[in-house]
Every structure is written in structure tokens, then in C-alpha cells.
Design a protein around this ligand. Structure first.
Ligand code: NSP
Length: 223
């Protein structure tokens, strides 16, 4: 008998159309091909500085609301890996020839705010499954994108984004480890969840994937 795919595999399958759109977004194809306009790089860094602060805050509220000591320890171990993304921001600023130090504390954009509210609402739902489902696309989408770029041979001395791609794509990068850890926990929690709870978690996951696409679009608008 064919084995039913795990819940996390089902989530990844459901996200394929959004991942395809992300993969074809000009910001992402620009990283792949070695050129992204300066304005887009700047906007991305300014907003991502704000986004990562919010991501850490949601993660902390998740950890604070846990009542299982072992789970808390596991999540605290991951907490130390979160938010160390100053160096990819510095790389973008170097390519754009702007001062990194001046890019923090800019106003939070509409899309950034929407994505952060979405993540916070997953934590406010009081469900660890929902919260992990909403947080996972952040590390997961990047690890998928850069792995593909590495497979396609897009890194090398001709691509100024090589270091950025390798930051997220190197073995045991923070995002690769974090998404593996989160997906494992999602599968454990999903095995005890009701159909309604699974549907809710799926919606949180797919909405975050869509916010990821909007985040690229915010920095490099096509619409
Ligand atoms: C919006 C966003 N999504 C994902 C990542 C990569 N962790 C990021 N830095 N920013």
C-alpha cells in the first residue's frame, strides 16, 4: 500500500505554485543572474531589518507560551540561531554601494507589517502548530531558492550574489537547519491534530508563503 505523504510534505506540495512565482520573481532571477537594481536592494534591506526583529519577537512569544520544559529547551536552542542575517544585508549594501548602518530603523512598510501581523496572529492563536506553520516559510523558501541556484551553477566569480547565495545554501545553514527542525515538529504535532487544526495550520503556512512572494514584490514591484 502507498504510504500517505507526511503533513510537511503535503504543505510543500501545496506551496509549489507560490514557490514557482517566487522563483520567477525578478528580484530572485536577478540574484540568480547577478544583477538587481540598487533601489530594490536598498528597499529589501530596510524592510528585512524590520521584518527580522518581528520574526524574533514572534519566536520569543512562542517560546514564552510553551509549558513543556523539553520543548522549551529545544526551541531555545534554535532561538540562538535566529536573526543572524546582518551579513547578507551587508552583502546587498556592498553591492548597492550604500552604508549598511544607515538602513536600520526605517519606517515599516505595508507588506512587512502585514506579514508580521500574520505571524503574530499565529502565536496569538495559542497553537504551536499554527505558529510553526506561519514561521517556517521564512527559512524554508530561502533554502529552496538558493539550493536550486547552487544546483544550476549560478554561484562563482561572475555572480556578485555568490556569497549571499552560499550564506543561505551552505550545508547546515541557519535556514536549512531551522526549516528541518520546524518541519519535524510540525509533523509530530500534526500526528495528534484534528482535521480542522490541520486545515488552519495549512492556511497559516500558505499565507506566509504568499507573504514571502509579496515581500520580494515590495522591494522590486512589478504590479
Ligand atoms: C522576509 C524574509 N523571509 C526570509 C528570510 C530568510 N530567513 C528573510 N531574511 N526575510
Amino acid at each position: 500500500m502507498m504510504q500517505q505523504p507526511s503533513f510537511s510534505e503535503q504543505l510543500k506540495q501545496q506551496a509549489i505554485p507560490i514557490m514557482t512565482n517566487i522563483n520567477h520573481h525578478p528580484f530572485v532571477t536577478g540574484i540568480r543572474d547577478g544583477y538587481v537594481p540598487k533601489t530594490a536592494l536598498l528597499k529589501y534591506v530596510q524592510q528585512d531589518e524590520q521584518y527580522l526583529k518581528g520574526f524574533i519577537a514572534t519566536y520569543q512569544s512562542l517560546v514564552d507560551n510553551l509549558n513543556d520544559a523539553q520543548e522549551t529547551q529545544l526551541m531555545k536552542n534554535t532561538e540562538t540561531e535566529i536573526g543572524h542575517e546582518h551579513s547578507p544585508h551587508e552583502m546587498f549594501c556592498e553591492i548597492a554601494r550604500v552604508d549598511y548602518e544607515q538602513q536600520s530603523n526605517k519606517p515599516v512598510g505595508k507588506i512587512t507589517k502585514g506579514y508580521l501581523n500574520h505571524m503574530q496572529s499565529s502565536a496569538d492563536s495559542g497553537s504551536l502548530l499554527n505558529t510553526l506553520a506561519a514561521l517556517t516559510p521564512c527559512p524554508w523558501t530561502y533554502s529552496v531558492l538558493v539550493k536550486q541556484m547552487i544546483i544550476e551553477g549560478k554561484t562563482g566569480k561572475n555572480n556578485p550574489f555568490t556569497e549571499w547565495i552560499e550564506f543561505y545554501g551552505k550545508t547546515n545553514s541557519e535556514d536549512i537547519d531551522m526549516s528541518k527542525h520546524f518541519f519535524n515538529r510540525i509533523d509530530q504535532l500534526a500526528s495528534k491534530a484534528t482535521t480542522d487544526e490541520l486545515c488552519q495550520a495549512e492556511a497559516y503556512f500558505l499565507d506566509s508563503c504568499q507573504w514571502e512572494l509579496e515581500f520580494w514584490e515590495q522591494a522590486y514591484p512589478q504590479k
